[in-house]
Design a protein around this ligand. Structure first.
Ligand code: PLP
Length: 415
Protein backbone atom coordinates (compact mmCIF):
# COMPACT_ATOMS: atom_id res chain seq x y z
CA UNK A 1 0.00 0.00 0.00
CA UNK A 2 1.36 3.37 -1.02
CA UNK A 3 1.15 6.21 1.52
CA UNK A 4 0.33 9.66 0.11
CA UNK A 5 1.14 13.18 1.33
CA UNK A 6 -1.12 15.09 3.72
CA UNK A 7 -2.13 17.51 0.94
CA UNK A 8 -2.93 14.70 -1.47
CA UNK A 9 -5.01 13.00 1.24
CA UNK A 10 -6.99 16.17 1.92
CA UNK A 11 -7.67 16.66 -1.77
CA UNK A 12 -8.78 13.06 -2.06
CA UNK A 13 -11.04 13.50 1.03
CA UNK A 14 -12.73 16.53 -0.56
CA UNK A 15 -13.18 14.79 -3.90
CA UNK A 16 -14.78 11.75 -2.29
CA UNK A 17 -16.94 13.68 0.18
CA UNK A 18 -18.34 15.86 -2.62
CA UNK A 19 -20.01 12.75 -4.06
CA UNK A 20 -21.94 11.93 -0.85
CA UNK A 21 -24.60 14.62 -0.46
CA UNK A 22 -26.00 13.13 2.75
CA UNK A 23 -23.03 14.66 4.57
CA UNK A 24 -24.18 18.09 3.41
CA UNK A 25 -27.72 17.48 4.72
CA UNK A 26 -26.74 17.48 8.41
CA UNK A 27 -23.71 17.73 10.65
CA UNK A 28 -22.87 14.20 11.71
CA UNK A 29 -19.93 11.82 11.80
CA UNK A 30 -20.76 8.45 10.37
CA UNK A 31 -18.76 5.54 11.77
CA UNK A 32 -21.24 2.69 11.35
CA UNK A 33 -20.06 1.55 7.94
CA UNK A 34 -19.91 -2.13 8.85
CA UNK A 35 -23.70 -1.95 9.30
CA UNK A 36 -24.39 -0.05 6.10
CA UNK A 37 -22.78 2.64 3.96
CA UNK A 38 -23.91 5.97 2.50
CA UNK A 39 -24.57 6.19 -1.22
CA UNK A 40 -22.71 8.39 -3.71
CA UNK A 41 -24.69 10.60 -6.06
CA UNK A 42 -23.80 8.46 -9.10
CA UNK A 43 -25.58 5.44 -7.53
CA UNK A 44 -28.71 7.46 -6.83
CA UNK A 45 -28.62 8.92 -10.34
CA UNK A 46 -28.09 5.53 -11.99
CA UNK A 47 -31.13 4.11 -10.20
CA UNK A 48 -33.16 7.22 -10.96
CA UNK A 49 -32.18 7.00 -14.61
CA UNK A 50 -33.06 3.31 -14.74
CA UNK A 51 -36.56 3.93 -13.40
CA UNK A 52 -37.02 7.05 -15.53
CA UNK A 53 -35.85 5.63 -18.84
CA UNK A 54 -35.47 1.84 -18.81
CA UNK A 55 -37.98 0.35 -16.39
CA UNK A 56 -39.84 -2.75 -17.55
CA UNK A 57 -39.88 -6.34 -16.34
CA UNK A 58 -36.45 -7.57 -17.43
CA UNK A 59 -35.67 -10.96 -18.97
CA UNK A 60 -39.24 -11.43 -20.27
CA UNK A 61 -40.45 -8.80 -22.67
CA UNK A 62 -39.77 -8.72 -26.38
CA UNK A 63 -40.24 -4.98 -26.70
CA UNK A 64 -37.48 -2.34 -26.69
CA UNK A 65 -38.01 -1.09 -23.15
CA UNK A 66 -37.86 -4.56 -21.65
CA UNK A 67 -34.74 -5.32 -23.67
CA UNK A 68 -33.17 -2.12 -22.27
CA UNK A 69 -34.11 -3.23 -18.73
CA UNK A 70 -32.59 -6.66 -19.38
CA UNK A 71 -29.41 -5.05 -20.70
CA UNK A 72 -29.15 -2.78 -17.65
CA UNK A 73 -29.62 -5.76 -15.32
CA UNK A 74 -27.12 -7.95 -17.15
CA UNK A 75 -24.59 -5.09 -17.38
CA UNK A 76 -24.76 -4.90 -13.57
CA UNK A 77 -24.04 -8.63 -13.38
CA UNK A 78 -21.01 -8.11 -15.61
CA UNK A 79 -19.82 -5.35 -13.21
CA UNK A 80 -20.03 -7.81 -10.31
CA UNK A 81 -18.20 -10.46 -12.33
CA UNK A 82 -15.39 -8.04 -13.17
CA UNK A 83 -15.20 -6.77 -9.61
CA UNK A 84 -14.78 -10.25 -8.14
CA UNK A 85 -12.80 -11.50 -11.15
CA UNK A 86 -15.13 -14.44 -11.70
CA UNK A 87 -14.65 -16.34 -14.93
CA UNK A 88 -18.22 -16.00 -16.17
CA UNK A 89 -21.44 -14.10 -15.43
CA UNK A 90 -23.09 -17.54 -15.13
CA UNK A 91 -21.31 -17.69 -11.77
CA UNK A 92 -22.89 -14.48 -10.40
CA UNK A 93 -26.32 -14.79 -8.80
CA UNK A 94 -28.22 -11.73 -7.57
CA UNK A 95 -29.93 -12.03 -4.20
CA UNK A 96 -31.27 -9.57 -1.61
CA UNK A 97 -28.11 -9.53 0.51
CA UNK A 98 -25.32 -11.66 2.01
CA UNK A 99 -27.80 -13.34 4.35
CA UNK A 100 -29.96 -14.56 1.49
CA UNK A 101 -26.87 -15.64 -0.46
CA UNK A 102 -25.59 -17.77 2.41
CA UNK A 103 -29.04 -19.25 3.03
CA UNK A 104 -29.35 -20.06 -0.66
CA UNK A 105 -26.08 -22.00 -0.60
CA UNK A 106 -27.08 -23.79 2.62
CA UNK A 107 -30.52 -24.72 1.25
CA UNK A 108 -29.54 -25.63 -2.26
CA UNK A 109 -26.01 -27.04 -1.98
CA UNK A 110 -26.42 -28.11 1.65
CA UNK A 111 -29.73 -29.98 1.31
CA UNK A 112 -28.47 -31.73 -1.85
CA UNK A 113 -24.97 -32.71 -0.79
CA UNK A 114 -24.60 -32.77 3.02
CA UNK A 115 -25.55 -36.13 4.52
CA UNK A 116 -25.99 -37.65 7.96
CA UNK A 117 -22.62 -38.08 9.65
CA UNK A 118 -20.93 -35.34 7.59
CA UNK A 119 -19.24 -32.47 9.37
CA UNK A 120 -19.60 -28.74 8.68
CA UNK A 121 -16.87 -26.48 10.04
CA UNK A 122 -17.42 -22.78 10.73
CA UNK A 123 -15.75 -20.37 13.17
CA UNK A 124 -16.99 -18.86 16.41
CA UNK A 125 -16.50 -15.38 14.90
CA UNK A 126 -19.24 -15.81 12.26
CA UNK A 127 -22.06 -13.31 11.91
CA UNK A 128 -25.38 -15.07 12.64
CA UNK A 129 -26.01 -14.99 8.88
CA UNK A 130 -23.13 -17.39 8.35
CA UNK A 131 -23.95 -19.49 11.39
CA UNK A 132 -27.69 -20.13 11.59
CA UNK A 133 -28.05 -21.51 8.03
CA UNK A 134 -25.41 -24.14 8.88
CA UNK A 135 -26.90 -24.84 12.32
CA UNK A 136 -30.29 -25.51 10.71
CA UNK A 137 -28.76 -27.62 7.95
CA UNK A 138 -26.77 -29.72 10.43
CA UNK A 139 -29.89 -30.31 12.58
CA UNK A 140 -32.01 -31.27 9.60
CA UNK A 141 -29.42 -33.63 8.13
CA UNK A 142 -27.97 -35.14 11.30
CA UNK A 143 -24.60 -33.62 10.42
CA UNK A 144 -22.10 -32.36 12.97
CA UNK A 145 -21.38 -28.62 13.23
CA UNK A 146 -17.95 -27.71 14.58
CA UNK A 147 -16.74 -24.24 15.54
CA UNK A 148 -13.11 -23.25 15.07
CA UNK A 149 -11.91 -21.36 18.14
CA UNK A 150 -9.38 -18.65 17.26
CA UNK A 151 -6.73 -17.15 19.50
CA UNK A 152 -7.95 -14.30 21.69
CA UNK A 153 -7.10 -11.71 19.03
CA UNK A 154 -9.06 -13.62 16.38
CA UNK A 155 -6.08 -15.29 14.68
CA UNK A 156 -6.67 -18.72 13.18
CA UNK A 157 -3.33 -20.23 12.30
CA UNK A 158 -2.85 -22.74 9.50
CA UNK A 159 -1.97 -25.33 12.12
CA UNK A 160 -5.20 -24.73 14.04
CA UNK A 161 -7.24 -24.81 10.84
CA UNK A 162 -5.66 -28.11 9.81
CA UNK A 163 -6.48 -29.60 13.23
CA UNK A 164 -10.20 -29.21 12.43
CA UNK A 165 -9.94 -31.13 9.15
CA UNK A 166 -10.86 -34.83 8.94
CA UNK A 167 -12.44 -37.03 6.26
CA UNK A 168 -15.98 -36.26 7.53
CA UNK A 169 -15.62 -32.51 6.90
CA UNK A 170 -17.56 -31.76 3.73
CA UNK A 171 -18.09 -28.00 4.03
CA UNK A 172 -16.23 -25.09 5.58
CA UNK A 173 -17.92 -21.68 5.91
CA UNK A 174 -15.92 -18.69 7.09
CA UNK A 175 -15.93 -14.93 7.03
CA UNK A 176 -12.99 -13.23 5.33
CA UNK A 177 -13.11 -10.25 7.72
CA UNK A 178 -14.82 -10.41 11.13
CA UNK A 179 -17.53 -7.78 11.67
CA UNK A 180 -16.53 -7.56 15.35
CA UNK A 181 -12.80 -8.21 15.68
CA UNK A 182 -11.94 -6.77 12.27
CA UNK A 183 -9.40 -9.55 11.77
CA UNK A 184 -8.84 -11.10 8.35
CA UNK A 185 -8.84 -14.84 7.85
CA UNK A 186 -6.38 -16.39 5.41
CA UNK A 187 -9.16 -17.62 3.18
CA UNK A 188 -6.86 -18.55 0.30
CA UNK A 189 -4.82 -20.96 2.43
CA UNK A 190 -7.85 -22.35 4.25
CA UNK A 191 -9.75 -22.94 0.98
CA UNK A 192 -6.75 -24.88 -0.38
CA UNK A 193 -6.57 -27.04 2.75
CA UNK A 194 -10.35 -27.58 2.73
CA UNK A 195 -10.16 -28.73 -0.91
CA UNK A 196 -7.27 -31.11 -0.13
CA UNK A 197 -9.57 -32.52 2.54
CA UNK A 198 -12.43 -32.92 0.02
CA UNK A 199 -14.60 -30.10 1.42
CA UNK A 200 -16.15 -27.10 -0.32
CA UNK A 201 -15.33 -23.62 0.98
CA UNK A 202 -18.00 -20.95 1.46
CA UNK A 203 -16.69 -17.44 2.10
CA UNK A 204 -18.70 -14.66 3.72
CA UNK A 205 -17.37 -11.57 1.98
CA UNK A 206 -19.81 -9.07 3.57
CA UNK A 207 -17.02 -7.23 5.42
CA UNK A 208 -14.16 -7.84 2.99
CA UNK A 209 -15.57 -7.06 -0.48
CA UNK A 210 -16.13 -3.34 0.41
CA UNK A 211 -12.64 -2.88 1.86
CA UNK A 212 -10.02 -5.03 0.11
CA UNK A 213 -9.47 -6.45 -3.36
CA UNK A 214 -11.28 -9.79 -3.52
CA UNK A 215 -10.43 -12.09 -6.42
CA UNK A 216 -12.48 -15.28 -6.33
CA UNK A 217 -10.21 -17.11 -8.78
CA UNK A 218 -7.13 -16.28 -6.77
CA UNK A 219 -8.80 -17.24 -3.46
CA UNK A 220 -10.24 -20.34 -5.15
CA UNK A 221 -13.30 -20.31 -2.88
CA UNK A 222 -16.35 -22.27 -4.04
CA UNK A 223 -18.89 -19.65 -2.99
CA UNK A 224 -18.55 -16.03 -1.89
CA UNK A 225 -21.42 -13.84 -0.63
CA UNK A 226 -21.71 -10.09 -0.17
CA UNK A 227 -24.28 -7.28 0.24
CA UNK A 228 -24.69 -4.25 -2.01
CA UNK A 229 -25.60 -1.84 0.80
CA UNK A 230 -22.25 -2.33 2.55
CA UNK A 231 -20.37 -1.29 -0.60
CA UNK A 232 -22.13 2.03 -1.27
CA UNK A 233 -24.94 0.41 -3.27
CA UNK A 234 -28.63 0.26 -2.36
CA UNK A 235 -30.30 -2.01 0.19
CA UNK A 236 -32.19 -5.04 -1.07
CA UNK A 237 -29.56 -6.22 -3.52
CA UNK A 238 -26.66 -8.59 -2.94
CA UNK A 239 -24.97 -11.31 -4.87
CA UNK A 240 -22.94 -14.41 -4.58
CA UNK A 241 -20.29 -16.08 -6.66
CA UNK A 242 -20.46 -19.83 -7.09
CA UNK A 243 -18.25 -22.10 -9.17
CA UNK A 244 -20.12 -23.11 -12.32
CA UNK A 245 -19.57 -26.83 -11.86
CA UNK A 246 -21.21 -26.63 -8.42
CA UNK A 247 -24.06 -24.32 -9.46
CA UNK A 248 -24.81 -26.69 -12.35
CA UNK A 249 -25.29 -29.57 -9.92
CA UNK A 250 -27.37 -27.63 -7.39
CA UNK A 251 -31.18 -27.66 -7.36
CA UNK A 252 -33.05 -24.32 -7.43
CA UNK A 253 -33.69 -22.53 -4.13
CA UNK A 254 -37.01 -20.84 -4.94
CA UNK A 255 -39.52 -21.98 -7.55
CA UNK A 256 -41.72 -19.86 -9.81
CA UNK A 257 -41.40 -17.53 -12.75
CA UNK A 258 -38.22 -16.96 -14.70
CA UNK A 259 -36.22 -19.84 -13.19
CA UNK A 260 -37.80 -22.44 -15.48
CA UNK A 261 -37.07 -23.69 -18.96
CA UNK A 262 -40.30 -25.63 -19.55
CA UNK A 263 -43.28 -26.45 -17.34
CA UNK A 264 -45.90 -29.19 -17.62
CA UNK A 265 -48.58 -30.19 -15.14
CA UNK A 266 -46.23 -32.92 -13.97
CA UNK A 267 -43.07 -30.90 -13.42
CA UNK A 268 -40.52 -28.55 -14.90
CA UNK A 269 -37.01 -28.20 -16.21
CA UNK A 270 -34.78 -25.39 -15.01
CA UNK A 271 -33.49 -22.30 -16.74
CA UNK A 272 -29.80 -21.93 -17.45
CA UNK A 273 -27.37 -20.33 -15.00
CA UNK A 274 -27.61 -17.98 -13.24
CA UNK A 275 -31.38 -17.55 -13.81
CA UNK A 276 -32.10 -20.96 -12.25
CA UNK A 277 -31.46 -19.23 -8.90
CA UNK A 278 -33.33 -15.97 -9.57
CA UNK A 279 -37.01 -16.86 -9.31
CA UNK A 280 -39.65 -14.17 -9.81
CA UNK A 281 -39.27 -10.54 -10.85
CA UNK A 282 -35.75 -9.41 -10.10
CA UNK A 283 -34.53 -6.23 -8.39
CA UNK A 284 -33.22 -4.64 -11.57
CA UNK A 285 -33.10 -1.09 -10.15
CA UNK A 286 -31.08 -2.37 -7.18
CA UNK A 287 -28.72 -4.28 -9.45
CA UNK A 288 -28.16 -1.14 -11.54
CA UNK A 289 -27.34 0.77 -8.33
CA UNK A 290 -24.94 -1.94 -7.21
CA UNK A 291 -23.25 -2.03 -10.62
CA UNK A 292 -22.74 1.75 -10.44
CA UNK A 293 -21.41 1.49 -6.86
CA UNK A 294 -18.83 -1.05 -8.01
CA UNK A 295 -17.83 1.21 -10.91
CA UNK A 296 -17.46 4.06 -8.42
CA UNK A 297 -15.23 2.19 -5.94
CA UNK A 298 -13.22 0.80 -8.86
CA UNK A 299 -12.65 4.36 -10.11
CA UNK A 300 -11.03 5.18 -6.76
CA UNK A 301 -9.27 1.81 -6.68
CA UNK A 302 -9.46 -0.86 -3.98
CA UNK A 303 -5.79 -0.26 -3.15
CA UNK A 304 -6.50 3.41 -2.39
CA UNK A 305 -9.56 2.48 -0.35
CA UNK A 306 -7.58 -0.05 1.65
CA UNK A 307 -4.78 2.46 2.29
CA UNK A 308 -7.22 5.23 3.32
CA UNK A 309 -9.01 2.94 5.74
CA UNK A 310 -5.76 1.49 7.13
CA UNK A 311 -4.44 5.04 7.73
CA UNK A 312 -7.58 6.00 9.67
CA UNK A 313 -7.74 2.72 11.58
CA UNK A 314 -4.18 3.33 12.79
CA UNK A 315 -5.00 6.88 13.87
CA UNK A 316 -8.22 5.74 15.53
CA UNK A 317 -6.59 2.97 17.54
CA UNK A 318 -3.57 5.07 18.54
CA UNK A 319 -5.86 7.80 19.87
CA UNK A 320 -8.23 5.35 21.57
CA UNK A 321 -5.35 3.72 23.43
CA UNK A 322 -4.58 7.09 25.04
CA UNK A 323 -8.06 7.26 26.62
CA UNK A 324 -8.19 5.57 30.05
CA UNK A 325 -10.71 2.77 30.70
CA UNK A 326 -11.15 2.01 26.98
CA UNK A 327 -10.45 -1.56 25.88
CA UNK A 328 -10.20 -2.62 22.24
CA UNK A 329 -11.36 -6.14 21.42
CA UNK A 330 -9.12 -8.44 19.41
CA UNK A 331 -5.66 -7.53 18.18
CA UNK A 332 -4.00 -4.33 19.41
CA UNK A 333 -2.32 -4.04 16.00
CA UNK A 334 -4.25 -1.66 13.69
CA UNK A 335 -3.05 -3.59 10.64
CA UNK A 336 -5.26 -6.44 11.79
CA UNK A 337 -8.49 -4.44 11.99
CA UNK A 338 -9.61 -3.55 8.46
CA UNK A 339 -11.54 -0.48 9.61
CA UNK A 340 -13.45 -2.24 12.40
CA UNK A 341 -12.68 -1.31 16.02
CA UNK A 342 -14.90 -2.81 18.72
CA UNK A 343 -14.42 -1.69 22.29
CA UNK A 344 -15.73 -1.51 25.85
CA UNK A 345 -15.46 1.24 28.44
CA UNK A 346 -15.15 0.29 32.11
CA UNK A 347 -18.42 0.79 33.96
CA UNK A 348 -20.46 2.04 31.00
CA UNK A 349 -23.05 0.00 29.13
CA UNK A 350 -22.58 0.00 25.32
CA UNK A 351 -26.10 1.39 24.80
CA UNK A 352 -25.25 4.37 27.05
CA UNK A 353 -22.00 4.80 25.12
CA UNK A 354 -23.87 4.87 21.80
CA UNK A 355 -26.48 7.29 23.20
CA UNK A 356 -23.79 9.71 24.37
CA UNK A 357 -22.00 9.46 21.02
CA UNK A 358 -25.33 10.26 19.37
CA UNK A 359 -25.69 13.39 21.54
CA UNK A 360 -22.37 14.43 20.01
CA UNK A 361 -23.59 13.53 16.50
CA UNK A 362 -21.26 10.57 16.12
CA UNK A 363 -22.98 7.46 14.75
CA UNK A 364 -21.54 4.18 16.00
CA UNK A 365 -23.05 0.80 16.86
CA UNK A 366 -23.72 -0.94 20.16
CA UNK A 367 -24.94 -4.44 20.92
CA UNK A 368 -23.95 -7.98 20.07
CA UNK A 369 -23.37 -7.19 16.38
CA UNK A 370 -25.26 -10.35 15.33
CA UNK A 371 -22.42 -12.43 16.74
CA UNK A 372 -23.65 -13.63 20.14
CA UNK A 373 -21.47 -16.77 20.34
CA UNK A 374 -18.43 -14.56 19.63
CA UNK A 375 -19.49 -12.16 22.40
CA UNK A 376 -19.60 -15.13 24.78
CA UNK A 377 -16.16 -16.24 23.55
CA UNK A 378 -14.87 -12.71 24.27
CA UNK A 379 -16.50 -12.75 27.72
CA UNK A 380 -18.83 -9.79 27.21
CA UNK A 381 -22.55 -9.64 26.35
CA UNK A 382 -22.26 -6.55 24.23
CA UNK A 383 -19.78 -4.00 22.94
CA UNK A 384 -19.54 -0.79 20.97
CA UNK A 385 -18.12 -0.64 17.44
CA UNK A 386 -16.74 2.11 15.24
CA UNK A 387 -16.29 1.16 11.59
CA UNK A 388 -14.67 3.12 8.81
CA UNK A 389 -15.74 3.69 5.21
CA UNK A 390 -14.02 5.21 2.21
CA UNK A 391 -15.36 8.74 2.87
CA UNK A 392 -14.17 9.01 6.48
CA UNK A 393 -11.47 11.54 7.27
CA UNK A 394 -9.02 12.33 10.07
CA UNK A 395 -11.52 14.95 11.26
CA UNK A 396 -14.11 12.19 11.81
CA UNK A 397 -11.63 10.28 13.93
CA UNK A 398 -10.86 13.32 16.10
CA UNK A 399 -14.61 14.02 16.55
CA UNK A 400 -15.05 10.42 17.67
CA UNK A 401 -12.12 10.71 20.11
CA UNK A 402 -13.43 14.00 21.56
CA UNK A 403 -16.76 12.32 22.33
CA UNK A 404 -15.06 9.16 23.63
CA UNK A 405 -13.14 11.21 26.20
CA UNK A 406 -16.39 12.62 27.60
CA UNK A 407 -18.25 9.35 28.10
CA UNK A 408 -17.20 8.33 31.59
CA UNK A 409 -17.54 11.89 32.84
CA UNK A 410 -21.07 12.12 31.45
CA UNK A 411 -21.89 8.89 33.29
CA UNK A 412 -20.78 10.46 36.58
CA UNK A 413 -17.26 9.01 36.90
CA UNK A 414 -14.32 11.17 37.91
CA UNK A 415 -11.71 10.18 35.32
N1 PLP B 1 -21.77 -11.37 7.33
C1 PLP B 1 -21.12 -10.41 7.97
C2 PLP B 1 -19.69 -10.64 8.36
C3 PLP B 1 -21.76 -9.21 8.29
O1 PLP B 1 -21.10 -8.26 8.95
C4 PLP B 1 -23.11 -9.04 7.92
C5 PLP B 1 -23.83 -7.80 8.26
O2 PLP B 1 -23.43 -7.02 9.09
C6 PLP B 1 -23.74 -10.07 7.22
C7 PLP B 1 -23.06 -11.22 6.94
C8 PLP B 1 -25.15 -9.95 6.80
O3 PLP B 1 -25.33 -8.91 5.88
P1 PLP B 1 -26.78 -8.52 5.40
O4 PLP B 1 -27.55 -8.12 6.63
O5 PLP B 1 -26.57 -7.39 4.47
O6 PLP B 1 -27.36 -9.72 4.76
Amino acid sequence: MQEISREQRQLEDQKILSKFLIFKSADFTYLDNAATTQKPECVLQAMNNYYRTQNANPLRGLYKLSIAATDAYEDAREEVRKFLNAESTEEIVFTRNATESLNLVAYSYGRAFIKEGDEIVITIMEHHSNMLPWQQLAKEKGAKLTYIMPEEDGTITEEVFRSYMNPHVKLVAMTQVSNVLGCRNDVKTFARIAHENGAVFVCDGAQSVPHIKVDVQDLDVDFLAFSGHKIYGPMGIGAFYGKKELLDKMPPFLFGGEMIEYVTTEGATWNELPHKFEAGTVNAGGAVGLGEALRYVSSIGMDRIEEREAHLTKLLMEEMKKVPHVHILGSQDPEKHYGIVTFTIDGVHPHDIAAIFDEHNVDIRAGHHCAQPLMKFCGTPSTTRASIGLYNTEEDIYKFIEALKLIRGEMGYNG
